[in-house]
Design a protein around this ligand. Structure first.
Ligand code: SAH
Length: 245
């Protein structure tokens, strides 16, 4: 399970932090690091802070967009140092581990970490199935990014090493018959949904309010599989066809 967890760092400013994250990951037995548009990378500060985890830096996938980072991920989790406008299913690291540990072995999980100065944007957070917050002193709630990675990956490791018996069933039951939809499929579904709602004039693109974030939250909460996504998109296509004169 630890091999299927990708740590995704979005727009990290300080290369030293990237090294610190690599070290924290390797200590906990994770190796899959993805960097979305890092400010400075590769960099000697990253190598220095990585200590002997520089192999993770060598193998890190560097991409320009979050779409590329998440395309083949089934479950996306966003980390947040503070609460945001629209509440999302929020868990602490131990609860996250209890969700992730029982997933089928081939489920690819991405955990997103934000910029040092302002975290993840609302758009980025709204791509996630869950948000995870490390409960810290609420008067001083922002951890260094490598420290946040350390705490979360420690709990994931504990769930694997210690927890085989205490691991619950996946939230949607026992064996599932169909593979979960990946992020590329989910994002295409949301685009299709948005366009159809505009076509039928339910969504006003000039006044979108919070309709799409709320629909995203609703649908992501059900962790849809590939067939379910196809059925929803088939319905949308049928609605669009009826709209055409
Ligand atoms: N000022 C920013 C804090 C960014 S800290 C903000 O208010 O959002 C950099 C990153 O470290 C965050 O994006 C998150 O990925 C992680 N992080 C820091 N503190 C955290 C916490 N208490 N819980 C979960 N992640 C945290």
């Amino acid at each position: 399970m630890l091999e299927n967890i990708c740590i995704v760092l979005v727009n990290t400013t300080h290369p030293g932090n990237i090294g610190g994250v690599a070290r924290a990951m390797k200590n906990m037995g994770l190796s899959d690091l993805c960097l979305v548009a890092p400010k400075l990378f590769p960099h000697e500060d990253a190598v220095a802070r990585a200590s002997r985890a520089d192999d993770l830096l060598d193998n890190a996938l560097v991409v320009e967009t979050l779409d590329e980072a998440l395309a083949d991920c089934h479950l996306v989790v966003g980390t947040s140092a503070r609460s945001r406008t629209i509440p999302w299913p929020l868990v602490n690291p131990r609860e996250l581990s209890a969700i992730v540990a029982p997933l089928p072995a081939d489920t690819k999980v991405a955990i997103l970490f934000g910029r040092e100065d302002r975290g993840l944007t609302n758009d980025e957070l709204q791509r996630c199935h869950h948000h995870v917050h490390i409960p810290v002193n609420e008067d001083f709630s922002s951890l260094n990014i490598a420290a946040a990675v350390q705490v979360i990956t420690y709990e994931l490791r504990m769930a694997v090493v210690e927890g085989q018996d205490s691991v619950d069933k996946p939230q949607w039951g026992t064996d599932w018959d169909v593979e979960l939809a990946d992020n590329r499929e989910l994002e295409l579904m949301f685009e299709h949904l948005e366009q159809t709602l505009i076509d039928v004039e339910f969504l006003d693109p000039d006044k979108p309010r919070n309709l799409m974030p709320r629909l995203r939250r609703l649908l992501l909460r059900s962790v849809p599989d590939k067939v379910e996504v196809n059925v929803l998109r088939g319905m949308l296509t049928a609605i669009q066809k009826k709209q055409q004169p």
